[in-house]
Ligand binder design. Sequence first.
Ligand SMILES: Cc1ncc(COP(=O)(O)O)c(C=O)c1O
Length: 454
Amino acid sequence: MNTETVRLTQLARDHLWMPFTQLNDLVQDNGPRVICRAEGSYLYDTEGRAYLDGVSALEAMVAGHGRKQLLDAAIRQYEQVAFIDLFRYATPSQIELAAKLAEITPGSLSRVFFTPGGAEAVEVAIKVARQYHYLRGDTDRIKVITRQGAYHGTTFGAMAVDGNYHATRNYIFQQETFGRIAPPPRPGCGIDHVREIEALILRENPNTISAIHLDPMNTALWVAIPDDSFLPALRQVCDQYGILLIADEIITGFGRTGRMFACDHTGTIPDIMTLSKGLSSGYFPIGAAVVKGEIADVFTGDAEQMFRHGHTYSGHPVGCAIALENIRLIEAENLADCAAASGKLLLEGLAQLDHHAVFGSVRGKGMLIGLELVLDKLTGATTDPPGAIGKAFRLFCRERGLILLPIHPGNVMLIAPPLNMPRHEIEKMIGIIDGALTDTSAFFNKERITAPER
Ligand SMILES: Cc1ncc(COP(=O)(O)O)c(C=O)c1O
């Protein structure tokens, strides 16, 4: 390691508290890899090693790294107004982004509440849903339905609609919550899964449910992509029982699944849509809850009707300017179509790797793909805990120059590269995954192979 890497990793071991990272791991191991440069689909660390970014830096960088157009938009806004709160004043960038989101989101989704990030957008959606029912005299509608294993963020409200992903709903924080957990979806599920959710609604009493909150492609739920019957049927159930449908498009939005929004695949119009990540392609922390006009209209009237919510950095002007430019770029470069075409190539290439001992299954939509790792192909049995195989595979990939992310329950790898990743890099990524599957199969067969460094 060069002296700069040694200095930085030592500082990280002493001072940095990284999300969802065991402090022990940081102290015992050599600290994190320190990324000091990024361009296109590549990340570079302080040791000069290059990595393909196979998860768009936590699914955010839909337009890829180093886009000058987005930096220029930031600089223009910094020069005009670096910051003004949105509580009483608005910049053109904030107004125009709200109008643009109203234009591109489906149906009558048209009123935009900005937040600093994803979990805060989830909080807004839940609060809007509850207050909406309250203002209409439906004061008992306080529960929100989620599914086992879902992930929607780690603030208190968002944790309440997590389906215990990473044990977020643990005994310290959430003994009792308003979230109610339905069974997890299965890949390709449809009406059958809607019936499971409906059964929970009936058990809980429909008049106590304010909303169903879900990621339409079930990303955190081992990318269990539903079939096209699922969302429209769920929409019908929501309408039948007066329950709001909140589509969490924080990962799936902005072209990731091959359409601008995952809901667009089936023409489903949710009551509220939550957005972040791809909204600014990761160039600025920003989120939004986009609400149907007719729902927002219930909040007009006297002060009692006001939506009492706001963050100092709700809709930071620079974030809005970047997001606006980012959406222009996504449209101009047809990134949703790119995701559909490249995702197909990637999925087909990965499906060819099923001869590996630890290859379980692969599924996806656009550039949102889940690769399941098993120890027994026939029974689907995996390591105990499932995270053991996910971690080994992640590290073998990293040694070969690819960054991937294991998701719930630990043995499913999320593959979600920038949407404009060129064909030769997709082929390179498939090659690396092929090699890492060989390494992982050998490792778990206890053949002689050394475990990768963390
Ligand atoms: C579907 C979904 N919702 C909400 C969130 C929370 O977003 P943030 O991490 O910006 O708080 C995430 C984060 O990964 C997510 O995947």
